[in-house]
Write a new protein. Structure first.
Length: 640
């Protein structure tokens, strides 16, 4: 970028008020260019941030968020906000180790109130702040920015229902771009389309107001005028759902008209009641390839820009997501009962090919995870085999429905959980390492994790063949090399010994088999240590015979990319205790009891000790500290 741009000179939002309208427009252009520059290099959320450039500038122009409150729902559209609030010089480090987060983070700035990354919560948390201000008599203003994809989420509607009772300023901005990650679905999407497209209402309303303004009418018919205007709105728009929640509704308006945004926001800041401003934006605005394919450029990896086009590096191996995509298409071709469900993420979860092949058997419920699980239960009850493909971190939003609607009824719903374990640069809101603890306490639940490409379709086929709820977890990563030897059949509750060994054991779950195999090879090469590697395949039910034999009487390290509390390792130690097995020789390595910051997934594995080098070092130390090793090191008793 050119030196000494307008953007370079903005170090605090207060400086925005010195700029003319023309300069503010130029600033929006520069802000977009900066976001494209950094995201193309680092990866990150692109299209959503480009779509809110003018809105971000206008908000910081009108409000003082060093005193007022701004909450971004989900939070991935906060890049411009970060640049304008004193983090412009750090923006190059976006999503990098030790750099700034791709989501709001209070540890970075007082302008970020919550660390967020999930949808639907901003209205509720903003309502809590506003209620506290109302009680204290504080004059801080509160703004929540919510997308049209998030507004359908249960907590968002619950927040609207309650926040409408506030007796003070409270502004919800509905950023309507017809997209969540993919195109929005459902009745609310149709309602917003109808509101956006009804230009007739705006034209008639403006004409009526102009006419009434120029007529010499008295106060006695002011109620009639009000009824005429209300009738026009009801007749042409239909029922205003937001006004029924207690919000004054304004819009829709052009979310890229910065001058008009500032004018309207200034007026809304003066209101002493809840209001909702409906703005229409274009996801990816200002970047042609992002506008043309906003789904692909929602959160792209790093890419090169060549002749105005984005060029992505080819992957060396297919990903777990791509492997799942092939597996579910093949399963559906052979089983008419198979139906796929997504919560607004068909691309991210690998369901695009399925939707193309079986459009009538792919259900996109929008960002409504709880509804998705309850609906899956209904489908299963009716004889269908629903497969809910979801990021692991988002499945926890529906834990109660998994318990009551699925597990308690023992219904054969299949959860295919992408992004399990450590996910890399999206950071703490997106890691998926609580799922085993949340699910394994549910009676009848089957928990599986494949370790190589052939095991994922095998796990899916097993899940389709049994009448139990099943969960299959796999990471955000490329498929590892095949394990040695043929892949044995995937049988319920049966582990797989992938490497024989007599000196020690690495007992692993899912994706951790790969670094464990590498660690075993290192130990064999460097110390001639013979290490067994067990691919557990199941966290529930456990293969009691193979596991107990594998950990008995030798150093054994349990390896999982899950929180150490309540996960696979906990299940194994519970099994050992119940079996009366001395487990003093067993250790557990997993994700420690803290939140893991954004970095590459490989860096996070190293940080948590889940890479091959750390596993080998830990197991070597265990062997050296074992009773057998200490006995060999002790000097013999001297003769009397």
């Amino acid at each position: 970028m050119a030196k000494d741009t307008l953007l370079d000179r903005i170090t605090t939002p207060h400086q925005l008020r010195r700029l003319s309208t023309a300069e503010l427009k130029q600033l929006a252009h520069e802000l977009r260019a900066r976001i494209v520059e950094v995201v193309s290099r680092n990866g990150g959320h692109l299209a959503s941030n480009l779509g809110v450039a003018e809105l971000t500038i206008a908000l910081h122009y009108v409000f003082d968020f060093s005193h007022d409150r701004l909450l971004w729902d989900v939070g991935h559209q906060c890049y411009g906000h970060k640049v304008l609030t004193g983090r412009g010089r750090q923006f190059d480090s976006l999503r990098q180790t030790g750099g700034i987060s791709g989501f709001p983070d209070p540890s970075e700035s007082d302008y970020d109130l919550f660390c967020t990354g999930h949808a639907g919560t901003a209205i509720s948390t903003a309502a809590g702040l506003a209620w506290a201000d109302q009680r204290a008599g504080a004059d801080a203003k509160t703004v929540a920015v919510v997308g049209d994809g998030s507004i359908v989420n249960g907590p968002a509607m619950e927040g609207l229902n309650n926040a409408g009772l506030l007796k003070r300023q409270f502004l919800v901005i509905l950023n309507d771009n017809s997209m969540a990650i993919d195109r929005t679905r459902g009745a609310m999407a149709h309602l917003l389309d109808r509101i956006r497209m009804t230009h007739a209402y705006t034209d008639i309303k403006q004409s009526t107001e102009t006419l009434l303004h120029h007529l010499p009418l008295g106060d006695e018919i002011s109620e009639v005028i009000h009824n005429i205007k209300a009738g026009l709105k009801t007749t042409i728009h239909g029922e205003q759902i937001f006004e029924s929640f207690g919000f004054q509704y304004f819009g829709p308006m052009d979310g890229h008209n910065i001058q008009e945004l500032i004018r309207v926001l200034r007026q809304l800041a003066k209101l002493n009641c809840p209001a909702l401003l409906h703005v229409h934006t274009v996801k990816g605005a200002g970047c042609e390839y992002a506008v043309e394919d906003p789904c692909r450029f929602h959160s792209p990896p790093a890419y090169r820009i060549h002749a105005g086009h984005a060029v992505f590096e080819e992957k060396a191996r297919p990903t777990w997501t791509e492997t799942f995509s092939e597996a579910i298409v093949a399963a559906a071709a052979n089983d008419q009962r198979v139906v796929a469900i997504t919560a607004a993420m068909p691309d991210g979860t690998g369901l695009v090919r399925f939707r193309e092949a079986f459009p009538s058997r792919c259900i996109d419920v929008g960002i409504s995870e709880s509804h998705a699980v309850a609906m899956a239960a209904g489908l299963a009850k009716a004889g269908i085999r629903p497969v809910f493909a979801i990021y692991t971190t988002f499945l926890q939003r529906a834990v109660d429905q998994i318990f009551q609607e699925v597990a308690l009824q023992n219904l054969p719903v299949i959860f295919c959980m992408d992004r399990a374990g450590l996910v890399g640069s999206d950071g703490p809101t997106h890691h998926g390492f609580q799922d085993i603890a949340q699910l394994r306490t549910l009676p009848g639940m089957v928990l599986m994790a494949p370790a190589e490409a052939a095991e994922l379709p095998a796990a899916l086929q097993l899940a389709l063949s049994i009448d139990k709820p099943c969960a299959i977890r796999y990471p955000r990563d490329e498929i590892p090399p095949d394990l040695p030897g043929p892949c044995p059949p995937f049988q319920l509750g049966r582990a797989r010994i992938v490497r024989e060994g007599r000196d020690a054991t690495l007992l692993c779950y899912g994706a951790m088999v790969e670094p464990a195999m590498a660690a075993a090879e290192v130990m064999h090469r460097e110390d001639d240590t013979d290490v067994a590697v067990i691919n557990a395949r199941f966290a529930k039910p456990l293969d009691t015979g193979v596991i107990l034999e594998g950990i008995a009487g030798r150093p054994a390290l349990i390896v999982e990319d899950h929180a150490m509390s309540g996960g696979f390792g906990s299940a194994v130690l519970e099994l050992a205790a119940a079996s009366g097995l001395d487990a003093s020789n067993v250790r557990l390595v997993g994700i420690p009891d803290r939140y893991i910051s954004h970095a590459s997934r490989l860096e996070q594995l190293v940080e948590t000790g889940l890479d091959a080098a750390h596993l080998a070092a830990m197991l070597k130390d265990m062997i050296l500290q074992s009773p057998a090793a200490r006995a060999r090191q002790s000097p013999p008793d001297s003769a009397g």
